[in-house]
Ligand binder design. Structure first.
Ligand code: SAH
Length: 375
């Protein structure tokens, strides 16, 4: 995928970043992604966030996705000993669709509903407004938070769908003799371009050497943001904690540049339309699992594929029931379910990983077994 000069769009953010680089020098890829997504004036999630217009997520494809996640939470809550209150925390809730469908499904479990305190962690003003409107009739208290910084004062269940892929990861390029952070600079015409930046500190270089002993010149390694996991680890020291993370990525740590831009349902070069395309990076589930299990308070299950997880939770049975109850929409309902389960598509590209306080029994739907190592 190229970004030839004809395709490059001189977006206001492209101009702003070029000016910043002219003044203070190249920025890291992580700083570039951070600006593209969150720049106060022109960031994608501040000004353009287009779930549905640019890309579509599982909860937006079918109500059954959120319903099953909601029922999963109610079962897990029982396994936790029915704590009251319990915080149900969603990070990166998008339009609020998944939480709306989760709450619809758990109406059947009134003691869970009365224990629930919902926290939504969202940085995007426009998406927060959409969440507020979708959840205005929720019969449980909902509060909004900019970050996960505050600890929850009680037991909590955390859910995250397509959140980690939206966090800027750092990229490192292997040169002949060492690693260098991948950066964004400007060419002679003032256009953004990828460049090799400064070497990372010794700790990062060592960690990269251990993770990727066979790295060759020009290989790219990515180091994702694990602050959500650090929060879970700290939280689990105080209170019973469960987390469910669904995202796309690889089950084994691999080298490669996974930064991608999507605008109006089409992939484009990440430097083409700064601020106007959604930028994401794949999640490294092996690193996630490794980080979580370093905590003596947490244990981790999965990753399993989204198809295995939703299958274990009864998506197929639920689809048949919903089709029978809505014959006029049967085809639409079936197509949506197929999309969520598609082999080679969402069903396998998306993975699910769970974490739980060690004293809890295994989490439902995640004991399908580890996926076979990739070839
Ligand atoms: N979970 C939703 C939306 C996924 S898009 C769905 O499945 O439809 C990513 C979401 O994460 C958006 O709501 C975006 O605004 C939010 N987000 C991105 N970076 C964030 C950050 N640093 N803190 C909190 N939310 C963030």
């Amino acid at each position: 995928m190229s970004c030839d000069p004809a395709e490059r769009r001189r977006t206001p953010l492209a101009e702003k970043l070029a000016e910043r680089i002219r003044r203070t020098g190249p920025i890291t890829v992580a700083q570039f992604v951070e600006a593209c997504l969150h720049d106060a004036e022109h960031g994608y999630y501040r000004a353009h966030a287009g779930i549905g217009r640019d890309f579509v997520t599982a909860p937006e494809i079918s109500q059954m996705f959120g319903e099953l996640v909601g029922l999963w939470c109610s079962v897990v809550w029982r396994q936790m000993g029915s704590p009251d209150p319990v915080h149900l925390i969603e990070v990166g809730p998008g339009r609020g669709t998944m939480m709306r469908d989760m709450l619809n499904a758990v109406r059947l479990v009134p003691d869970f509903v009365s224990a629930l305190r919902i926290r939504l962690v969202e940085t995007s003003g426009p998406l927060r407004t959409q969440q507020q409107s979708l959840l205005r009739d929720a019969s449980v208290p909902v509060t909004w938070h900019d970050t996960l910084a505050e600890p929850a004062p009680c037991a909590s269940i955390v859910v995250a769908n397509e959140f980690l892929d939206a966090l800027p990861a750092r990229q490192y390029v292997r040169t002949m003799a060492r690693w260098a952070e991948r950066a964004v600079s400007i060419d002679v015409q003032g256009q953004l371009q990828f460049a090799c930046g400064a070497p990372p500190d010794a700790g990062v270089s060592e960690a990269l050497a251990m993770r990727f002993p066979g790295a060759r010149e020009h290989d790219i390694a990515e180091v994702g943001d694990l602050s959500l996991l650090d929060w879970l680890v700290a939280q689990a020291q105080q209170h019973t904690t469960v987390a469910l993370v669904i995202d796309y990525g690889h089950e084994r740590s691999t080298l490669g540049d996974t930064l991608q831009a999507v605008r109006q349902h089409r992939y484009e070069h990440p430097l083409c339309s700064p601020g106007e395309a959604d930028l994401t990076m794949h999640v490294d589930f092996e690193r996630l699992a490794h980080h979580l299990t370093r905590s003596s308070h947490l244990t981790c299950a999965g990753p399993v594929t989204q198809a295995d997880f939703l299958g274990a939770l009864g998506l197929i049975e639920r689809t048949s029931r919903l089709m029978a109850a809505n014959p006029a929409k049967a085809l639409e309902i079936e197509t949506a379910a197929q999309r969520l389960l598609a082999p080679g598509g969402m069903g396998t590209r998306f993975k699910v990983i769970g974490a739980r306080s060690r004293q809890l029994p295994p989490l439902p739907g995640l004991s399908v077994g580890h996926m076979p190592p990739s070839a």
